[in-house]
Design a protein around this ligand. Structure first.
Ligand SMILES: *Cc1c(COP(=O)(O)O)cnc(C)c1O
Length: 493
């Protein structure tokens, strides 16, 4: 199977090459030339497997250069006791038609671990397969959770270095502390003045700088990305959509073959796009509900076909969704149109004018599978408090956005189809906002909020978060976005 760039559509590289490069030389994203198809027997077989087995089955369809044994070893190392629950991605069925897929039982308590525990292993295996001798240097722009998850995934991995940029004023105290206290001798963390889009644009510029590439090559380094634009990030995520479907069936909440909807709290469009791939492969999915917070670019895009990032940027209590440019949408536009020239044109318009019109045919194709919705910050908090009071289920602020959007849509449509709400972070990761939503009064800040939330709810905090306050801070530097490249140069001296 070959992978082609969304801005070229031809040529093609192997999966391992796509994973090494991260982004295509023409600035496009790699997508598989054809999407592998599965039948209901495949899904029935998965239903009797554990999470690792399911992941191996799905991964092997996309990563042909990897032997089954290789993938089994990788899955075992990636989804083992680094997760605090043997199911890895457990499904909590709350009522007859609603379940929450908990993707945050990994080492950093957010769903990014699902991909970033496995991606460094896929990457180093890919480097071996391609005879690469240089050290790969991962650059990450993070809105909070990716950075920590990437640092945890890459720390101490031989032949790799990793540098993470986060918006100085756009992440929670706990997120900041998680990154600032990162261990490992191949890691670096720097704050950037500005918001997530500034950090992401800065990183993209560094990747596009051919002169800098030559300089680094001379020093024995090359750059790659662990952002959700890397295919190695996307492909592991496809597995949990299959897994959730199987668990719904196993729980008796769904008939095998019946359609299931997914409601996904969305930022960069990576999580929900993995679900879309699962559907194209043959998983019986009805619709994808694309849930946004006040930064509702995607809601408008799905409704109108016009993507317009020229609008106020809101800092919300779901910071990992505070995004105006959802990079992975490019993959969907390519897959639905099959027209790389058109995609390139749209992306150039986005770069130059901050806006493009996808056209009526693409709008209709998107609307055939996606429903967009958004909610205000206060409504997400109200939802969080209500579900805790009425059902005794505690969720984080991002998941609450999806939960609220689902409720809104169900009220509007007057029907409740079986739906999985994709739960993307532990509530303890956003303790301050969660306590506020629960109506708790607290004067605590930062990591003390973790204990406070545990005391208030009687629920145990995840181990790594509980010990955060005691860890020494290793990284406290910040730069302007203009100085990001020289910070990289210094790190890779
Ligand atoms: C990254 C993240 C999201 C958004 O996921 P995308 O793949 O960027 O759409 C939502 N919630 C949490 C907690 C996240 O960390």
């Amino acid at each position: 199977m070959k992978y082609v760039s969304t801005r070229q559509g031809r040529g093609g590289v192997t999966a391992s090459q796509a994973i090494i490069r991260g982004i295509a030389p023409d600035g496009g994203l790699y997508v598989p030339e054809t999407i592998p198809a599965v039948d209901m027997d495949f899904i029935r077989r998965l239903a009797s497997m554990d999470y690792r087995g399911r992941a191996v089955e799905v991964l092997s369809l996309y990563l042909e250069e990897f032997s089954r044994k290789e993938l089994e070893d990788i899955a075992e190392a990636s989804y083992g006791d680094n997760f605090d629950c043997p199911a890895v991605a457990p499904l909590r069925v709350l009522d007859g038609t609603t379940a929450y897929l908990e993707l945050w039982h990994g080492p950093t308590s957010a769903f990014k671990d699902m991909a970033l525990q496995i991606m460094p292993r896929l990457l180093t295996a890919s480097l071996r397969k391609n005879g690469e001798k240089r050290t790969v240097s991962i650059l990450v722009a993070t809105s909070g959770d990716t950075g920590k998850a990437a640092l945890e995934g890459f720390k101490g991995v031989p032949g790799t270095r990793i540098m993470v940029f986060y918006p100085r004023d756009g992440v929670s105290q706990v997120q900041k502390l998680q990154m600032a206290t990162q261990e490992g001798n191949n890691v670096n963390v720097v704050a950037v003045e500005g918001n997530f889009d500034d950090a992401q644009t800065g990183v993209k510029k560094i990747f596009a700088d051919r002169d800098f590439e030559k300089v680094l090559d001379g020093r024995g380094y090359f750059l790659s990305s662990a952002n959700s634009i890397n295919w190695g990030r996307l492909v592991p995520q496809i597995a949990y959509y299959f897994s959730a479907y199987c668990d719904m069936v196993n729980a008796g909440a769904l008939e095998m073959g019946e359609k299931l909807d997914f409601c996904v709290p969305t930022g960069n469009f990576g999580n929900i796009l993995a679900g879309w791939y699962a559907k194209q492969m043959g998983l019986p999915v009805g619709r994808f509900l694309c849930a946004s917070n006040d930064n509702n670019v995607l809601t408008d895009f799905i409704a109108t076909g016009v993507y317009d990032k020229n609008r106020p940027f809101h800092l919300t209590s779901s910071p990992s969704m505070d995004i105006l440019v959802s990079s992975n949408l490019e993959r969907l536009l390519y897959c639905l149109s099959g027209d790389a020239d058109r995609v390139r044109d749209m992306m150039e318009k986005l770069g130059a004018e901050g806006r493009y019109d996808a056209g009526e045919d693409l709008r209709k194709a998107v609307q055939a599978e996606f429903t967009g919705g958004f909610c205000r910050d206060a409504d997400a908090k109200e939802e969080l408090g209500r579900v805790w009071r009425e059902l005794g289920y505690l969720m984080d602020t991002h998941t609450a956005v999806a939960s609220r959007v689902l409720r809104q849509l169900r009220e509007k449509q007057g029907v409740s189809r079986p739906t999985v709400v994709v739960s993307t972070a532990s509530p303890f990761k956003f303790g301050g906002a969660v306590l506020e939503a629960l109506g708790a009064v607290t004067s605590e800040t930062g990591p003390a909020l973790v204990d406070e939330l545990a005391a208030f709810t009687g629920l145990p905090a995840p181990g790594p978060l509980a010990g955060l306050g005691q860890k020494p801070v290793r990284f406290d530097k910040w730069v302007t976005k203009e100085d990001m490249e020289s910070a990289v140069s210094e790190f890779l001296a």
